[in-house]
Ligand binder design. Structure first.
Ligand code: G3H
Ligand code: 13P
Ligand code: ZN
Length: 332
């Protein structure tokens, strides 16, 4: 049976984004697939008094079960209320690829959906995005579109090389589709391997690989063409070296994993970028701590004994992002 997000306690992104653009910060959009990730997101955003977008990919929906996920989202809002955390929460579909998937999410209580038509030719992207917007707006659900292709693997879209958003298309796209926010491509990409080592320079003091800077010139031109319009950055994990090191110390084999430096995300968050997507950093934290606990206590077999510490570390990492990278802490 169809349910409205308004009855579940979610909000759409309209007000959130308006405040974030005006206030020079970005709302965290954290992905979840399981209970521990969702508990961490809610606890971190509750404790740092940050608005939050909890987002679900189509893969997450398949993994966790669509019905269960919707109740988990509803439970997350109630959990925050019980704890006295009065924070706005959006339940968002990440990388929706069909009209039908967007409809299904809206019917099951999502307050925001992304329709990612970036794999299609421009006109098809416009047509598909417009169709989703017309449907979603009937229910006051907000819609994120995408122009440009992120490098690396973007769900099913494999792009050997990213295609930056063309600023001259944004005005037309926003006008024709009626989208509420726009994901752009300025050099970020999904996953832990965003840059090849040969694309990076080595910091002489720390030895850390520093990737090429994001294309802030493209971002500025987009802002100039659609002033104040909410912009979204995908692929924005920093691939935090401390967790990659723990993974490799305790039996993992992650080589040359490089992400987006925190300073660049801070700079983006101060602009019209008002939603920053983070998934991989959370995956790294969980994997690092689970590996460490199991290596140090090989006799352990109670999942709470390794997932519990992993969850605690994830809370710490997300509070740090909200406070020191996105600037969303204290803005609920
Ligand atoms: O952008 C992709 C997100 O990190 C979700 O990844 O499709 O593996 O759930 P997923
Ligand atoms: P990361 O892989 O950099 O965490 O990006 C996540 C994302 O963009 C989800 O849509
Ligand atoms: Zn993404």
């Amino acid at each position: 049976m169809a349910v409205s997000y308004k009855d579940l306690g979610f909000v759409n992104t309209r007000e959130m984004f308006k405040k974030a653009v005006a206030g020079g910060y970005a709302i965290p959009a954290y992905n979840f697939n399981n209970m521990e990730q969702l508990q961490s997101i809610m606890t971190a955003c509750g404790k740092s008094n940050s608005p939050v977008i909890i987002q679900v990919s189509s893969g997450a929906r398949k993994y966790a079960n669509a019905t269960l996920l919707r109740y988990m989202g509803q439970g997350a809002v109630q959990m925050a209320r019980d704890a006295g955390w009065n924070i706005p929460v959006t339940l968002h579909l990440d990388h929706g690829d069909t009209f039908e998937l967007c409809v299904s999410c809206i019917e099951s209580g999502f307050s925001s959906v992304m329709i990612d038509g970036s794999a299609h030719p421009y006109d098809k992207n416009v047509e598909l995005t417009k169709k989703v917007v017309e449907y979603a707006h009937k229910y006051d659900v907000t819609v994120e579109g995408e122009l440009g292709v992120l490098a690396g693997i973007e769900d099913d879209v494999v792009a050997a090389k990213g295609i930056y958003t063309q600023p001259e298309q944004v005005e037309d796209f926003v006008k024709k589709t009626g989208v509420d926010s726009l994901a752009i491509s300025i050099g970020t990409s999904h996953g832990a391997y965003k840059f090849k080592p040969e694309q990076c320079t080595k910091d002489p003091v720390t030895g850390i690989l520093v990737p090429p800077p994001l294309r802030f010139d493209i971002l500025e031109e987009i802002e100039h063409r659609i002033p104040g319009f909410p912009i979204v950055l995908h692929g924005s994990s920093s691939v935090l070296p401390e967790y990659v090191n723990i993974i490799n110390t305790f039996g993992g084999k992650m080589k040359a994993a490089v992400g987006i430096p925190a300073e660049q995300l801070r700079r983006a968050a101060k602009s019209a970028v008002c939603k920053i997507n983070i998934d991989s950093d959370g995956r790294l934290v969980l994997t690092a701590i689970v590996r460490k606990v199991l290596a140090e206590k090989p006799e352990e077999f109670d999942p709470r004994k390794y997932l519990g510490p992993a969850r605690d570390e994830l809370v710490k990492m997300m509070i740090d992002k909200n406070e020191h990278v996105l600037g969303s802490a204290g803005k609920a």
